[in-house]
Design a protein around this ligand. Structure first.
Ligand SMILES: Cc1ncc(COP(=O)(O)O)c(C=O)c1O
Length: 308
């Protein structure tokens, strides 16, 4: 990685994260003792699903929306989680308590098809039930990104059609996105701007992507990108607050000429984009006014969602 690169998952350094405890199938163990089998389908094949969530005031923001996506995608690939939403909430609550975590926490909840009896692809070889892992970290997104913004490069790797590997799977295997990220890095940018199979602007390798043109907020149709919880919240907030918002096809010409661009994701909420393919976006430094307004509306929404 180049020395001065940013990622959308940059967090303020927190030394407490060296000593976190991790949940593995009901056990909560110190970080350096947390292990899964080399026969695990997640390790061997990327055969699993995950969710990234944030904890504020002892409440998981938009828990139901994250569970909707997790349960839908596990059902689609026949992974039996072996517990319901209440069971997952209980596991999260136990892990947070073991870590004494209540606020400004990010978790990665991972469900794989589980340990296989032989090192081959067939899903029937996973015979002992899923592997469930929860990693929680103290996490505040790095503030320098809000001031500076992130740089993107358009890359050859696309997010494909739903009948190859649907972009809506939050799968353990992120190779498609990792290839895109490597291509962006090699082009000197922080992260990748990915097109859809028709060449329209689609998403980044780790977040959803929006532009602002003449006060209107545009994002892709949603057909070829992650059905991001934050993406949907931003669209809903725009609609509720009379900010014109469109899910539509648009190209790089529209994108380079945008007055603002920003990314959305649970980790960083809204992150401004400063340049794309070496072209500066807008004529402001840091975050543009529409992005700033949406970020404020989103912050208030998270506060309401995680009250009491
Ligand atoms: C490829 C990709 N796009 C977008 C997102 C953002 O989704 P969310 O807003 O639900 O965190 C994620 C997060 O997992 C992702 O992996």
């Amino acid at each position: 990685m180049k020395d001065n690169s940013n990622t959308t998952h940059d967090a303020e350094d927190d030394p407490r994260n060296k000593d976190i405890k991790i949940y593995i199938n009901g056990e909560i163990v110190p970080r350096n003792e947390a292990r899964v089998s080399v026969y695990d389908s997640g390790f061997m094949l990327g055969d699993g699903m995950w969710e990234g969530m944030r904890l504020y005031n002892c409440k998981w923001a938009f828990f139901d929306e994250h569970m909707d996506r997790l349960f839908d995608s596990c059902k689609a690939v026949s992974i039996d989680i072996g517990m319901d939403r209440a069971g997952i909430l209980d596991a999260l609550t136990r892990t947070a308590a073991a870590n004494d975590m209540t606020h400004d926490v990010h978790c990665r909840l991972m469900i794989t098809r589980g340990v296989k009896v032989k090192p081959f692809q067939h899903p029937a070889l996973s015979q002992s039930g899923p592997t469930i892992v929860i990693i929680m970290e103290h996490s505040k997104p790095a503030t320098h990104l809000q001031a500076k913004g992130i740089s993107l490069a358009t890359v050859p790797q696309v997010r494909g059609l739903p009948m190859s590997q649907d972009a809506k799977y939050n799968s353990h295997s992120k190779l498609n996105c990792i290839i895109a990220c490597l291509q962006a890095e090699q082009a000197g940018a922080d992260e990748a701007l990915m097109l859809d199979p028709h060449g329209f602007v689609n998403t980044t390798n780790a977040c959803n992507f929006f532009i602002v043109r003449k006060g209107e907020v545009w994002t892709s149709t949603g057909d070829y990108c992650m059905n991001g919880v934050t993406r949907q919240k931003v669209i809903d907030l725009c609609r509720a607050n009379n900010i014109p918002v469109y899910e539509k096809n648009y190209s790089l010409v529209d994108t380079y000429g945008a007055s603002e661009a920003f990314l959305t994701g649970t980790f960083g909420a809204q992150t401004p984009v400063s340049q794309i393919d070496g072209k500066k976006i807008g004529d402001h430094d840091g975050m543009g006014p529409v992005t700033a307004r949406i970020r404020e509306l989103y912050k208030e929404l998270v506060e309401r969602n995680t009250q009491g």
